[in-house]
Structure formats: C-alpha cells, structure tokens
Design a protein around this ligand. Structure first.
Ligand code: F6P
Length: 364
C-alpha cells in the first residue's frame, strides 16, 4: 500500500442526519495520517462523470458534523449494476455499467472507497468489492433496519423528531377528545414507530412485525375511554398492515429505484377507526421531517466514531467490511453478512414487553 493513500467517499440512498459528521471524521482522520480524501457526488454519479468529484480538505469539512443532509448529495436511484436508461422507443431498460465505475476508480488512482449507506447502497458497495474495489461500508439509515450493527446513525434523530411530534399532539387530541393517527417512516421495520410510540405516550403502536386487527385497536381505544382517557394517539409505521391485508404503497415507484415507496396507511387506519368507533379522528404523515435538520448528539457522536473507525479499518486493510456498533465498541463485520436481509423488531424484546406493560396495544 502506498504511503499517501487516496480515499474516495460517497453517500447513497435516502439522506440521514449524521452523514456530514461521517464525512468530517473521515477527512480529519485521513488528514492526520497524511492521506487525501475525495468526495464522489450523488452516490456513484461522480465515478461515471468525474467532474462530480471534489477534493475534501479539513477547511471544507471542519464543523459540518452538526449539519443535516449530506454535502456530497445522495440518490436512491442510479445503481451502476442496474442503471435505468431510456431506449430509442422511449422505454426504460436496465443496463450494467459498473465496469465504467471500476475503470474510473482505478484510472483516478484511488486506494479505497468509503461507502456510506443503507442496505441498498451497501449491496452496491459489496458488488464493487467483488469486482476488486477495496471498500469500507458505513451503516446509515433512519430506519435502523440494517443488521450487523446495534444501531445505525440517523435513527436516534428520527425517533427524537417523531417523539416531539407526538408530545405536541397530546394537547390538541385531548382538547377535542380525538383519535390522532400518526404515520412514521421505517420501511418494513417498526423501530421508529416502536421507540417513538413508547416515548411519546401512544395508546396504540402498529408495526410491520405485528399484523394488526382493527377491531382490537378500536376495542382498546374504547376501553381506555371507559377508564377516562377520551383521546388516543395511534402511531402507525408506514410498512404496517392489517392481518390478511396488504401494505399501502405510494404509486408505482420511480424508474431505477431499488425499493418501493411506502405510505398512506395512516389515512386508512384513521378512516376505519372513525367508522368503527364514531370518534372524531384525524391523521398526519410525518414524512421527511424525520430526516431533516441537525443530528442529535447521539447520532453526531456515533457518526464521528463510525467515520474515524472506517479510516482505522483502511489502515488495517479490513476491506469488504462495514463498521458496526457493538457497545461499547465499534467492530468490523463482513458486508456479505449484512446485505440482503433486514433487521426487524424482535417480538420478545424488552422494548416490546415494555410497551405491553405500559398498556400500549399493538392491535394483536
Ligand atoms: O430509508 C429511509 C426512508 O426515509 C424510508 O423510511 C422511507 O420509506 C423512504 O426512505 C422514503 O424515500 P424517499 O426519500 O425517496 O421518499
């Protein structure tokens, strides 16, 4: 390995608070080893169109750890192994242009790629590792659905924002004796709904891991009413569905996107509750508010730790691996053990038990 390494870094998938902190930590840790870091803009775009590459100096990144979003831009489209292109008849075709990325990476003399992303982006990174690119993964997602690490950065911020929203809804729900149904993100895992729902005093939490029975949800709300609680907060994860029913999608999806867009379950849950209980019911979708703004202190610190650990892993030549939190330590886990499956809420976990002990219903 040459003495002065040339490191590339990119951010892929949906943005998450903490991405800039990872970038800052990678650049500062590399600088301390006299290495150079280059930012690849918009996922892999910068390795297809090399004008999208920026040299990252300490002056450019110092202090960005407190900022939301990512200074490099990101995308959940543009997988070089399955790039959507319009053919001459105007139809979308998928092509593998990954060789171009590998060629540019080698031509530019990079020694390593730090890929910061969720399961989709890390799968792409792993595929590049198999094509010879030395890759280090850094786990990001507000959904916390990535295996191998106890937690991903971005999750704590999303839960904090959702909890604050729930706190605010209590007073208005109570004033009107209403049921407020709040939809949170999380894809096919219920981590955000579970953690914010417990912290924010929800009466009902609906998560993808526990298909719900709307009659049980309504019975719980009416039971509470008999006990004197005349309003209710229902938190529903976007990927939750009724037993025997299906997940609600938003439209047909976008070309080149790996996952399907979820969303819309809160509206149907609110309608069913109103029809079955006769209670005044409203719904809201927290949406991208959960990803916006500054990372919490927890996420900021975790991201800085992940970034610094990624640079240590480069030094140790631990390529094809991802940094992971295994409290109190950061460890390296093989990317192949992480991709392809999602980490879901365990029904026997202490957190689920806590919710049940507190009298929160999962609609089961
Ligand atoms: O994976 C992060 C996430 O925010 C999910 O919770 C959500 O389903 C999805 O991304 C939304 O994607 P987009 O930003 O493309 O609307």
């Amino acid at each position: 390995m040459p003495e002065r390494l040339k490191i590339a870094i990119n951010t892929g998938g949906g943005d998450a608070p903490g991405l800039n902190a990872v970038i800052e930590a990678v650049v500062m840790s590399a600088q301390n080893r006299n290495w150079d870091v280059y930012g690849i803009r918009q996922g892999y775009q910068g390795l297809l169109n090399t004008e999208e590459i920026v040299r990252l100096t300490p002056e450019k990144v110092r202090g960005i750890s407190s900022l939301g979003g990512t200074m490099l831009g990101t995308t959940n489209k543009g997988n070089p192994f399955k790039m959507a292109v319009e053919n001459s008849s105007g139809e979308i075709e998928y092509r593998d242009i990954s060789d171009r990325v590998v060629k540019n990476f080698n031509r530019l003399g990079f020694d390593c790629l730090v890929a910061v992303g969720g399961d989709g982006s890390l799968e792409i990174a792993y595929n590049f590792f198999k094509k010879g690119i030395p890759v280090i993964g850094v786990p990001k997602t507000i959904d916390n659905d990535l295996g191998g690490t106890v937690i991903t950065f971005g999750f704590d911020t999303a839960v904090s924002i959702a909890t604050e929203a729930l706190d605010r809804l209590h007073s208005t729900a109570k004033s009107h004796d209403r049921v407020m149904v709040v939809e949170v993100m999380g894809r096919h895992a219920g981590w955000i709904a579970l953690n914010s729902g417990i912290s924010g005093g929800a009466s009902v939490i609906l998560i993808p891991e526990i298909p719900f029975d709307i009659d049980k949800v309504c019975a719980h709300i009416m039971d509470n009413e008999l006990k004197g609680q005349r309003y209710a907060i229902v938190v529903v994860a976007e990927g939750a569905s009724p037993a025997g029913g299906s997940i609600v999608h938003r439209g047909a999806g976008e070309a080149g996107r790996q996952d399907v867009l979820l969303g819309g379950i809160a509206a149907s849950v609110a309608e069913m509750i109103r029809d079955k209980t006769g209670k005044d019911t409203r719904f809201l979708v927290l949406g991208h508010l959960q990803r916006g703004g500054s990372p919490t202190t927890f996420d900021r610190l975790l991201s800085l730790r992940f970034g610094a650990a990624a640079v240590r892993m480069i030094e140790q030549k631990q390529f094809g691996k991802m940094v992971a939190l295994d409290p109190p330590n950061i460890k390296a886990v093989p990317l192949e053990d992480v991709i392809g499956s999602i980490k879901r809420v365990s029904l026997s976990s202490d957190t689920v038990q806590t919710a049940r002990d507190l009298g929160i219903s999962f609609g089961d």
